[in-house]
Write a protein of this length. Structure first.
Length: 198
């Protein structure tokens, strides 16, 4: 459990304790203002040292790389399941094949992490930022494809052309992770980001 206070709350509490201490030393014990101030400053420093700081999520993950790895693999596995479920409800065989192809590529990334956890550093941004958006856009696209509205067909076709680039982009991420070519990986993630924003 992540016990402790935020850094701001620690300083507020320490300041309140120091102010109360100053008043007690100055008014209660009748010490000189300078002596009361020096003792209050000591109280402030002491409280800061005693009150634990709450760790941020990033610090918790950095402190536990195994938990970070398990979470990334869980997200990849969940994305694969969602893509396969979405594929099963696709109206067109072409769209079903596209979603299944993407699911297979995402599953391959999970296998890569399982075999070499050090690849997480290279894939972390993709898993945390781009993967959820990619899955959501595929699910939305397949829902639109089931609408059967002829008036939407030209727009759905244009979306299909853009989404068709997803599996190849994820495949390139896997190849880059396997080759440890971080520059290539960053370029692929940037290209994927551009595709998702379009």
């Amino acid at each position: 459990m992540n016990r402790g206070l935020s850094d701001g709350a620690r300083h507020v509490l320490a300041t309140a304790a120091a102010a109360a201490g100053f008043l007690g030393f100055y008014l209660g014990l009748k010490l000189s203002p300078w002596a009361a101030l020096a003792l209050a400053a000591g109280l402030y420093a002491g409280f800061l040292a005693l009150i634990p700081t709450r760790k941020t999520a990033a610090e918790i993950l950095a402190a536990d790389p195994e938990a970070d790895l398990l979470e990334a693999r869980r997200k990849l596995s969940e994305a694969t399941e969602r893509l396969r479920a979405a594929a099963s409800g696709a109206a067109r065989a072409e769209d079903r094949s596209l979603a299944e192809s993407l699911a297979g590529r995402v599953e391959e990334l999970e296998r890569i992490l399982r075999e070499d956890p050090s690849d997480l550093r290279a894939l972390r941004r993709f898993v945390a930022v781009f993967l959820p958006r990619m899955v959501e856009s595929m699910e939305s696209f397949l829902r639109l494809g089931r609408s059967g509205d002829p008036a939407l067909e030209s727009r759905i076709s244009a979306l299909r052309e853009q989404i068709a680039a997803y599996p190849a982009a994820v495949d390139s991420l896997g190849r880059a992770a396997l080759s440890k070519d971080l520059a290539l990986l960053e370029a692929e993630v940037e290209a994927l980001s551009f595709q998702i924003r379009r």
